[in-house]
Design a protein around this ligand. Structure first.
Ligand SMILES: Cc1cc2nc3c(=O)[nH]c(=O)nc-3n(C[C@H](O)[C@H](O)[C@H](O)COP(=O)(O)OP(=O)(O)OC[C@H]3O[C@@H](n4cnc5c(N)ncnc54)[C@H](O)[C@@H]3O)c2cc1C
Length: 400
């Protein structure tokens, strides 16, 4: 099978690149091995924390940042994903631990405040779903108490969730959403029955797995302010976002090879010629250009042994210090060097192997060297904006 471009990895970066290339009229395929970081996303995409200094090798230094930031919301809106937030200013969202974190683009039901102090309430009702262990109401109550907000935890007992509750492993956010989405009126009724004199209701993000308007429908019916707060993974808004991106990609004519894994590339010193996948066996996939969007260690885009950090598919050059003790800091909370490990690329994000630029292999997203996503607060931004750049660089190279 022959495509214009084959993208390896169906996370935020791979889907963004694929959709942008499809919109430009290219014939693309995405090979997607499995879960990606979006399934764990906490409700907003971060672009860059306030006051941080970009390292010299950071991918943003190769991007037209301001222009791309303006393009993010319209691009996602076309895929049916209505992101909130100001593209150029960080907001703050309430986390499940009751603290605040910066984010730039919020997923549908997440509210970004201009400052943590903007969250004001006299009294809050935190809604607990009995048996659901991935939403720690006590942490939230503590965090809100520190802001002078009095809280009360109320149990929302909707009969329809009883079957799920018989097995603790079933009582996960996505399963709850599948049931709750069929009976939003019962959720609304249950919350109203719990509500006393509170002016704020806090609900876990377990609504609207397919339809992002359901949380807003619930909020509109509750006679108090409503705030949806992230849960432990899996993330309902993250999975919904991934499904919508995938749907938009496929509707634009893209081929999504779900649950397949790229293996055994055929290449010479400067070009990739073909790929094999686990499911297609000896049947080769060919393209003019390839995009590596396989993520970081979490998604196996990067791997390590005791001696080295490596990129497992193509054996690309990876930037990391030789001394293993320089890879990490034993203080768990200290900035970790491995956050900057990743594949080496040239000015247009073409990957490098044994010192040679691979002319038709680009890399995007968290597989790239120099991201330091956690330290710099730039995870989602790296994935989206470098995918824009890779797609544009491929199109530009074809024009030349
Ligand atoms: C747990 C977690 C939570 C995060 N939460 C947030 C957040 O809330 N907000 C934020 O801004 N950032 C967050 N990040 C940062 C995150 O890195 C980015 O937001 C972004 O989602 C990364 O996208 P990606 O496409 O580069 O990689 P990934 O999302 O990791 O996707 C890579 C995909 O490639 C696939 N793959 C790997 N190898 C192969 C192969 N050989 N063949 C086929 N497919 C392959 C993987 O299975 C995976 O599906 C989080 C990161 C992690 C790890």
């Amino acid at each position: 099978m022959k495509y214009d471009i084959i993208i390896i990895g169906g996370g935020l970066s791979g889907l963004t690149a694929g959709l942008r290339l499809q919109k430009a009229g290219r014939k693309t395929a995405i090979i997607s091995a499995g879960q990606n970081a979006l399934h764990f996303a906490s409700g907003s995409f971060s672009v860059l924390g306030d006051g941080v200094t970009l390292p010299e090798e950071h991918p943003y230094r190769r991007l037209p940042m301001e222009r791309y930031l303006d393009e993010v919301k319209p691009f996602f809106a076309e895929a049916g994903i209505l992101l909130g937030g100001d593209p150029h200013v960080n907001g703050w969202r309430l986390t499940p631990s009751g603290s605040f974190l910066q984010g730039r683009f919020s997923l549908e039901e997440t509210r970004l405040f201009s400052t943590p102090g903007e969250l004001s309430a006299r009294k809050a009702l935190i809604v607990n779903i009995p048996g659901f262990l991935d939403f720690n109401t006590a942490f939230l109550a503590d965090g809100l108490a520190q802001r002078g907000i009095e809280t009360r935890i109320g149990n929302l007992d909707v009969e329809d969730l009883t079957r799920l509750r018989t097995s603790p492993s079933e009582m996960r956010s996505v399963n709850i959403a599948r049931v709750a989405d069929t009976v939003p009126h019962k959720i609304i009724g249950g919350v109203k029955a719990l509500l006393s004199d509170e002016d704020l209701v806090i609900l876990p993000q377990v609504f609207g797995i397919h339809d992002g308007t359901i949380p807003a429908q619930i909020a509109a019916e509750i006679p108090a302010g409503v705030l949806f707060v992230g849960t432990m993974p899996p993330s309902v808004p993250g999975i919904r976002t991934q499904m919508k991106l995938k749907r938009a990609y496929e509707s634009s004519g893209g081929t999504f090879l779900m649950g397949d894994e790229a293996v055994a590339p055929v290449m010479d010193t400067t070009r990739v010629k073909a790929l094999r996948t686990v499911n297609l066996g000896e049947h080769l996939l060919q393209a003019d250009q390839y995009v590596l969007a396989t993520g970081s260690f979490f998604s196996k885009g990067l791997a390590s042994s005791m001696q080295k950090v490596y990129e497992p598919l193509f054996g690309l050059d990876v930037r990391f210090p030789e001394e293993r003790t320089d890879w990490y800091d034993l203080d768990f909370f200290a900035p970790q060097a491995f956050g900057g490990f990743g594949v080496v690329t040239d000015g247009t994000f073409r990957a490098v192997k044994d010192g040679n630029v691979i002319e038709n292999l680009y890399a995007a997203g968290s597989v790239l060297a120099g991201c330091y996503s956690q330290q710099l607060g730039c995870g989602g931004g790296i994935a989206i904006l470098t995918a824009f750049a890779v797609a544009d660089n491929i199109l530009e190279a074809a024009r030349r």
